[in-house]
Design a protein around this ligand. Structure first.
Ligand code: PMP
Length: 426
């Protein structure tokens, strides 16, 4: 396929936008080459500025679970837009979306809407700190919770000491309050809690990780984490920005059979418009302003267009829960197809999958945490990515990102994708 116009648009964008993009992973840094500029999209397909049609496996990084430009969502947004785009005053539709979200996720009483997953996670830890009156948090290496300072932290010199900033601009002062544990390693959490007794407000985790590829927690690990947090008076925060309303009505909590204390949402809950949310039982949420002392706010929070998109999306999912099974079946089909082809090619690989999230890693051993995910061969990944792109299949442009299948994908799209993989020389 030819991507001439995309390249020209990228060159122009770089004159005015740092790196030509408004979010780094879009720039193809990990795989090389110029990013594709999208003109429009419908269902499972992206149509780019060169007139190519691409089968889409990222669905805007998760939100578009029912496919692009989904009728009921689009109609709801258009209808709302005609009545005004923002008021900075309460609207009934905020309560409607809140009521529906709360009814779909059993252990939450109240929810606060924000504008992104970043804001949801940032606010969730502030709430946890305010509620527990403790300062430190534990996160897991390889989990992403948005770009707020407290999360842009890497492991420091010793596992039981504090983290260090992994971006200039994040201060040591902030870094000292974020401790890094290893995913799927309960002992690493236990050690941090032991070394910081009575100081940990919360442990935040992607219950099914999607930011180091798709990584599934072992049952012992995730159940043990819940138990440990309860014993230590530490709040367990599930960052369900990816998994919420994707893995089922009740997200990863329902899939894993575990209740967290605070939930973070994003992506699907906004139906493709900028929405994030955090939620908990009433007792915790009552700490939030204006009811309680923990401050949090937003001029465009609960924006009517965003609420209309979210409400249309969640209403569809709530009324048609069979969608989750259909998505899982499609993802399993792709997984099996890729398996067959990659086995024949004789290249070392691992495919991780949970529900409609999946990732392909070119490595020998199991991929269970950041370290094992980082062992993947990026040269092979690049050939794989560009080989697929050349045949009109748009996969995540980094081995650390998960696929997000959407329900508009047909089995013939999946077959075409598997055939495309067969044609690549890895
Ligand atoms: N948490 C998780 C698990 C995410 O995957 C992301 C974004 N990919 C975020 C938080 C941040 O969300 P946003 O990009 O909407 O700020």
């Amino acid at each position: 396929m030819i991507y001439k116009r995309s390249s020209a648009l990228f060159a122009e964008a770089q004159k005015y936008i740092p790196g030509g993009v408004n979010s780094p992973v879009r720039a193809f840094k990990a795989v090389g080459g110029d990013p594709i500029f999208v003109k429009e999209a419908k269902g499972a397909y992206l149509y780019d500025e060169d007139g190519n049609r691409l089968i889409d496996y990222i669905a805007s990084w998760g939100p578009l679970i029912l496919g692009h430009a989904y009728g009921p969502v689009i109609e709801a947004v258009i209808d709302k837009a005609k009545k005004g785009t923002s008021f900075g005053m309460p609207t009934q539709i905020e309560t409607e979306l809140a009521r529906l979200a709360v009814s779909m996720v059993p252990n939450i009483d109240k929810i606060r809407f924000v504008n992104s997953g970043t804001e949801a996670c940032m606010s969730a830890i502030r709430l946890a700190r305010g509620y527990t009156k403790r300062d430190k948090i534990i996160k897991f290496a390889g989990c992403y919770h948005g770009h707020s300072d407290s999360f842009l932290i890497q492991a420091g010199s010793g596992a039981v000491t504090f983290g260090s900033p992994n971006s200039p601009g994040v201060t040591q002062g902030t870094a000292k309050d974020t401790l890094l544990a290893k995913y799927n390693d309960l002992e690493s959490v236990r050690e941090l809690i032991r070394a910081n007794q009575g100081e940990i407000a919360a442990v935040i985790i992607e219950p099914i990780a999607g930011n180091m590829g798709c990584i599934v927690p072992s049952e012992d690990f995730i159940k043990g984490l819940r138990k440990l947090c309860t014993e230590e008076g530490v709040l367990l925060i599930f960052d369900e920005v990816m998994t919420g309303f994707r893995l089922g009505r009740g997200g990863a909590q329902e899939a894993l059979g575990i209740d967290a204390d605070i939930l973070c949402f994003g992506k699907v809950i906004g139906g493709g418009l900028p929405v994030g949310a955090f939620a908990a039982r009433a007792e915790i949420m009552s700490y939030l302003a204006p009811e309680g002392p923990v401050y949090q706010a937003g001029t465009l929070s609960g924006n009517p267009l965003a609420m209309a998109a979210g409400l249309a999306m969640l209403t569809e999912l709530n009324n048609r829960p069979e969608v989750f099974k259909s998505l899982e079946d499609k993802t399993a089909y792709l997984h099996e197809g890729f398996d067959k082809v990659l086995k024949d090619k004789g290249v070392p690989y691992r495919i991780n999958r949970y529900g409609s999230m999946m990732s392909v890693h070119f490595t020998e051993g199991p991929v269970v945490d950041f370290e094992t995910s980082a062992k993947g061969n990026n040269e092979t990944f690049k050939k794989f990515f560009h080989g697929m792109l050349d045949q009109g299949v748009y996969l995540p442009p980094s081995a650390f990102e998960s696929y997000f299948l959407n329900d508009a994908l047909s089995y013939s799209d999946l077959d075409a994708t598997i055939e495309a993989l067969d044609k690549i020389d890895l």
